[in-house]
Design a protein around this ligand. Structure first.
Ligand code: PMP
Length: 308
């Protein structure tokens, strides 16, 4: 079995990667009962290795658990500290970090007794650009999926829960089958929702739009970062419903997420977005975003937490 890093944080203990195993009757394997995060740490020349927006990610993990009435037996501060510890223990300069809380070997009953505590794992390992280095520069080809995102009041998309990712897998598998790098899903009303693992921004005539939380999205932390950076640069950002055809008429589209970072979309369903490459506002956002880690963008918001 492939080892992705030396060490892993498992229920309060840092142990060898291979030892962090669970039983086949783990509740979460059968019923999807997990909540998780994707976090990144970047190497910065001025502050060493820093975790990006640690507080917000740990808070969202606890929020996802709260929606599902799950008890994670660690506080926000303990989760923050454990995240820093595992990056440091693995001697990683940059990392993708995966905290996951899940119901373990607690029996086969679907109904979990209230108060049952989750297991908590925090893994940290090296992981490059999710949609490819090339994609970061030249943009990726995306396609609208025939699969809709989850309907309101079926499964909450505001929770980052394991089970939700069956929807994301259908969307991205279909996209790959059709030769696209990523899929874009519509919500049950036929309005633009998000990528399989990314939020979307659509730009036309200098106006930046992003889909609202009511369009079955996960309210991404990178989405919030992009909104904040754009506003800081003087752009107006409208959180509004986006019809499918706006994807075909956009000057620029960008996808963003912790794994995908800020990636331009160069075509949708084979229709070029703008001039078919990276647009100027997208490039500015990328520069501002990656500038946070190179030090060229001032971190006015306290988003970087050094591991030391
Ligand atoms: N939507 C979905 C479905 C996701 O999985 C992700 C990745 N976590 C995002 C949006 C982007 O969220 P974030 O910027 O917080 O990583």
């Amino acid at each position: 079995k492939k080892k992705t890093a030396e060490l892993i944080w498992f229920n309060g203990e840092i142990m060898p990667w291979q030892n962090a195993t669970v039983h086949v009757m783990t509740h979460a394997i059968h019923y999807g009962s997990s909540v998780f995060e994707g976090v990144r740490a970047y190497h910065t020349p001025h502050k060493g290795t820093c975790v990006f927006r640690l507080q917000e990610h740990s808070q969202r993990l606890l929020d996802s658990a709260k929606i599902y009435r799950m008890t994670i037996p660690y506080s926000l501060e303990e989760i923050n500290q454990a995240t820093l510890d595992i990056v440091k223990a693995n001697k990683l300069k940059s990392a993708y970090i995966r905290p996951i809380a899940f119901y373990g070997d607690i029996g086969m009953g679907l109904q979990v007794p209230f108060g049952t505590e989750t297991e908590l794992v925090i893994a940290a390992f090296e992981w490059g650009a999710y949609l490819g280095e090339e994609g970061l520069k030249n943009g990726v080809d995306a396609g609208v999926s025939s699969w809709n995102r989850l309907a309101a009041n079926t499964m909450p998309t505001g929770a980052k829960a394991g089970g939700n990712y069956l929807s994301s897998q259908l969307i991205s598998m279909e996209a790959r089958r059709h030769g696209y790098v990523e899929g874009i899903a519509l919500d049950r009303n036929g309005l633009v929702s998000e990528g399989a693992g990314e939020n979307l921004f659509v730009i036309r005539n200098g106006i930046v739009m992003t889909t609202p939380v009511t369009a079955a999205i996960l309210p991404g932390i990178t989405r919030d970062t992009v909104i904040t950076l754009l506003k800081d640069m003087g752009y107006e950002v409208r959180e509004q419903n986006i019809p499918r055809e706006a994807l075909y008429l956009a000057d620029e589209i960008l996808m963003c997420g912790t794994a995908a970072e800020v990636t331009p979309v160069r075509s949708v369903d084979g229709i070029p977005v703008g001039n078919g490459g990276r647009g100027p506002i997208t490039e500015k956002v990328q520069n501002a975003f990656f500038g946070l880690f190179s030090g060229e963008t001032e971190d006015k918001w306290g988003w970087l937490t050094p591991i030391e």
